[in-house]
Design a binder for this molecule. Sequence first.
Ligand SMILES: C[S@@+](CC[C@H](N)C(=O)[O-])C[C@H]1O[C@@H](n2cnc3c(N)ncnc32)[C@H](O)[C@@H]1O
Ligand SMILES: [Zn+2]
Length: 313
Amino acid sequence: MLDIDAEKVHTPVLLSETLELLEPQRGGIFVDATLGLGGHSDTILAASSETRLIGIDQDATALKMAGERLATFGKRATLVHSNFSAIREVVDNKEVDGILADLGVSSLQLDSETRGFSFRFDAPLDMRMNPDSGDETAAELLKRLSQDEIANIIYQYGEERHSRRIARRIIERRDRGEPVETTFELADLVRRSVPHRPKDRINPATRTFQALRIAVNDELGIIAKFIDDSVNLLKTNGVLAIITFHSLEDRIVKQTFQRLSGKCSCPPRMPVCQCGAVKKVDILTKKPVIATETEQHENPRSRSAKLRACRKI
Ligand SMILES: C[S@@+](CC[C@H](N)C(=O)[O-])C[C@H]1O[C@@H](n2cnc3c(N)ncnc32)[C@H](O)[C@@H]1O
Ligand SMILES: [Zn+2]
């Protein structure tokens, strides 16, 4: 037994709004592609005794905790340690009734004192959601990439205006034989590189940490293909729901849903459509669903959450 309680560690975001779109009470097979601590899955399974769930997470610790939480549902829940980029293999190309992805990191990961996701704790700069993967850690990435590559990551994924200065300092340290290896070293370096603005409400290192995390876990690169694969796996009338936490993710979800709803993205002057947009889904959320004021007040993590869903036709 792990001595942590899954229900207390991570509060599921936009729970009732997600369930309203997925409708697990109709029974069938549902995939939670980002199981986390099983908050959404718990409610999906409780909705009907005819509902089965396949839960995927690349973080073995989360999977273990969710397994304990969902044990009461017995064989109705199957949990798989994998990246959701392999969703087709995981569900063995079977048709399913609903798919959910609640993207990004969980509180379990952000609040870990050892995994390097947060500048609140001094730890090796790791940031891998799947530490068993053998993939590069954030520290290794900063040792390998060029100054321009580091600056581009911090600029694009962190929307940090001072990315070039931060990247230059990272390389200066590396050239001195003192590469950045810990969270505190990176947070300190960012603080020294970015002009201090008293009205800044967030820690100046937030954007750089987010950028590195996205790069280490290739978080943006896999979303569009995941959506295409998911729509192909859905039965007619099956629903795909995705919760994002920043504008970069939300833009990819919005544009991919639009393409799958048949919206042509060809330049306006093109006489005949060349982009091959084919209608496969109806979009259920004209605008993204956001958390109510009460939820935003009770769970600050929900403030940046956006939920979009589509139904296969
Ligand atoms: C925001 S949390 C999900 C929380 C969950 N809905 C709950 O209520 O407990 C996101 C989870 O997805 C996992 N994750 C993120 N990207 C993933 C990917 N590409 N493949 C598999 N799991 C992923 C993370 O490890 C994390 O546990
Ligand atoms: Zn077109």
